[in-house]
Design a protein around this ligand. Structure first.
Ligand code: PFF
Length: 451
């Protein structure tokens, strides 16, 4: 059977952006930016993208498009039988781990969208916001059911294939996400006192930029750009032959950052306009947002829009995660696409129950901890803090020091059709000498060797 590809450069861009834009833009990026010094953090984040994110992304694009195979098959095609295959295996493993907890949070988002449509947040107070959130999180039945719904939706889209599934959905939903976020922005920025929120997000304050802040920026750049998960290898194996891989990587990274900033501009002006303190992560998304949005004119419509756009972001990111094992099972294990989709989605939904029931100490499985971490936290920690920097490091070493330079240049220049000039040398030098050093530092920080 002929292997599918995306149909155009626009499709490549939107599908890849669909992978990078996710829950990270809405609940991680804005808050961390505010916490670690606004514009100062942003500047460091952009440097991390330039020196680590883009080189790794371009390298993964090289691996995927050159071989046109799934994450494991691709590495094997480049170095048959060699240990470098572990980059692909680790990628599949991390995509599973991320999905286990990501699908849980995505389930909450779907549930909140449903609740917003039903009008559950009318007349909400701080106390009832907390109560509703803890009901959603503790369940136990509801969050598990919604997690299954998420996996079913993602699997159903993927069964349709690369063009009819991933491409069609991201081409429709990514522009819609953008419009919805702008609607939320316009409303938020026209509220009285909105400027305090803008200041929180963008005021440059190097005093707040600690060493932890810098390392956080690097880790965030990795998670945000969906790197070392096998996703970019898998997606780029469907890229068009004439795609300019540099341009795609740069456009995706910049657009993704723009979406994060727009999300921050929808959230913080509203929060500050009501005199509230922004909280981190789940609290911000699931308590503060319903609380403040329900108090402004047309707030309920806005709340539906907000949770709808968050659902889109979570879903398109999940598509790219599940496609990693899907491509592996269909190509290496000769399974049919529907069978691989149902099997993998079912498996993740089933094991994901462990994450869903261990979110909080008072969750059903909350008492089962190892080194003070429950299942949810372990899945997150292992994927984001261990496998991601390690996978990135191996990728940088493999492409920068093992694969022949001419082979890389030929693929990245589309067989000499693109004149890359100094761009290639910049990329190659950074990948060989700068990226690995930075990744070693992140890794040592993640495992607690350096503070
Ligand atoms: N980039 C996504 C986000 O910011 O939410 C999360 C993600 C998707 C991470 C796909 C890794 C991945 F392979």
């Amino acid at each position: 059977m002929k292997r599918e590809t995306f149909s155009s450069g626009l499709a490549v861009f939107l599908a890849t952006l669909g992978s990078t834009v996710g829950l990270g833009n809405i609940w991680k990026f804005p808050y961390l930016t505010g916490q670690y010094g606004g514009g100062a953090f942003l500047a460091v984040y952009l440097l991390c993208i330039a020196f680590v994110g883009l080189p790794i992304m371009i390298s993964e694009f090289y691996i995927g498009r050159k071989t046109r195979k799934n994450a494991v098959g691709a590495l094997q095609a480049l170095r048959p039988g060699a240990a470098w295959q572990c980059i692909g295996i680790m990628g599949i493993l991390s995509s599973y781990l991320i999905m286990l907890f990501y699908s849980c949070v995505a389930g909450w988002v779907y549930f909140y969208l449903f609740k917003a449509v039903k009008g559950d947040f009318d007349g909400i107070t701080m106390a009832s916001a907390q109560l509703q959130f803890s009901e959603v999180v503790l369940g136990p039945a509801a969050p598990i059911i919604w997690q299954f719904v998420v996996m079913a939706v993602v699997a159903a889209i993927l069964v349709m294939g690369v063009r009819d599934g991933i491409e069609k959905i991201t081409k429709t939903l990514m522009p819609l996400l953008f419009i919805l976020i702008l609607v939320c922005d316009i409303r938020a920025l026209t509220l009285p006192g909105a400027s305090a929120g803008i200041d929180f997000l963008l005021q440059v304050d190097f005093g707040k930029l600690t060493a932890t802040g810098v390392l956080t920026a690097l880790g965030l750049a990795f998670f945000k750009l969906s790197l070392a998960m096998g996703t970019m290898i898998t997606y780029s194996s469907y890229f068009t032959a004439n795609n300019n891989l540099y341009a795609t990587a740069a456009k995706v990274a910049l657009s993704d950052t723009l979406v994060s900033l727009l999300a921050g501009l929808a959230i913080f002006p509203t929060v500050f306009s009501f005199g509230l303190e922004p909280s981190a992560g789940p609290g911000l998304l699931f308590m503060t947002i319903p609380l403040v949005f329900s108090q402004i004119p047309f707030g309920n419509v806005l709340l539906v829009a907000f949770f709808f756009l968050t659902s889109i972001a979570a879903t398109t990111a999940m598509l790219s995660l599940l496609e990693v094992p899907l491509a592996y099972f269909t190509e290496e294990r000769k399974m049919s696409r529907p069978k691989a989709a149902v099997l993998n989605a079912g498996l993740i939904a089933a094991i994901g129950i462990l994450a869903t029931l261990s979110v909080d100490k008072s969750s059903l499985l909350g008492a089962y901890t190892l080194l003070d971490r429950g299942f949810f936290d372990w899945f997150d920690y292992l994927s984001s803090n261990i496998l991601m920097p390690l996978g990135g490091l191996l990728t940088a070493v493999f492409i920068g020091h093992v694969v022949r330079k001419e082979d890389i240049l030929r693929e990245l220049s589309n067989d000499g059709h693109l004149k890359l000039g100094g761009l290639f040398n910049c990329y190659y030098f950074t990948l060989r000498y700068v990226t690995p050093v930075l990744l070693v530092v992140v890794f040592l920080h993640a495992v607690g060797v350096i503070g």
